[in-house]
Design a protein around this ligand. Structure first.
Ligand code: SME
Length: 170
C-alpha cells in the first residue's frame, strides 16, 4: 500500500531541510534513511549503497535486521542492475526475479533507485518491503526526487578511486 499524497509531500520537505541544513555527507544520508524508514510504513528496510570502483558498498541503513550484502558488484542482483543501467528497478515479486539477491525472508517486493551525479551513477536507494507489489508510481517519483536531492552527498568514491565508507550503521 502506498502512502497518501501528504506523506510524500512532507517527506520531500523533510529531505530538503536535511540537505540544506546539514553539511556532513554521512549525517545527511543517515537522516534521510531515517525519514524514509520512519514515515513510510511500507518501507520495511531502507539502505543507501555508494559506488566504489566496480562495487556498491552499503552506507547508512535502517530496518529490523542487518543485511549480509554489504558489498555488491555492479551488475549483480537488482541493486547491481540498477547501478549498471542507471534506471530505477521495481520488483513486485522478488521470488519471481532470477536476479534477486535474498537478504530477508520477509521481503516480498523491492525498489532500487539510482543516484546520479553529473551523468554517473554514484549510489542508490534500496528499499525492501514485506508487502507484495508495495511500490507504485508515487514511490518511484518521490524516491527519484530524493535521489536527486541527496546526490551531491554521495560522492564518497568520486575522483578518489574509491574511499571506503567509514562504517555500516543503523
Ligand atoms: N535484494 C538486493 C540486495 C540488497 S538487500 O535487499 C538489502 C538485490 O537483489 O540486489
Amino acid at each position: 500500500m502506498s502512502a497518501n499524497a501528504d506523506t510524500y509531500r512532507s517527506g520531500l520537505e523533510a529531505v530538503d531541510r536535511i540537505v540544506n541544513r546539514e553539511s556532513e555527507a554521512d549525517e545527511v544520508l543517515r537522516r534521510v534513511v531515517e525519514v524514509l524508514r520512519d514515515r513510510f510504513a511500507h518501507y520495511s528496510w531502507v539502505g543507501i549503497y555508494l559506488v566504489e570502483g566496480d562495487d556498491l558498498v552499503l552506507g547508512p541503513w535502517k530496518g529490523p535486521q542487518a543485511t549480509e550484502h554489504v558489498r555488491i558488484p555492479v551488475g549483480q542482483g537488482i541493486c547491481g542492475a540498477a547501478a549498471e543501467t542507471g534506471r530505477t528497478e521495481v520488483v513486485d515479486d522478488v521470488s519471481a526475479d532470477a536476479r534477486y539477491l535474498a537478504c530477508f525472508p520477509s521481503t516480498r517486493s523491492e525498489i532500487v533507485v539510482p543516484i546520479s551525479y553529473e551523468g554517473r551513477v554514484v549510489g542508490e536507494i534500496d528499499i525492501d518491503s514485506d508487502e507484495p507489489s508495495a511500490f507504485g508510481e508515487a514511490d518511484r517519483a518521490f524516491l527519484e526526487r530524493v535521489a536527486l536531492l541527496i546526490s551531491p552527498h554521495c560522492l564518497v568514491g568520486w575522483d578518489t578511486g574509491g574511499v571506503p565508507w567509514p562504517e555500516v550503521r543503523r
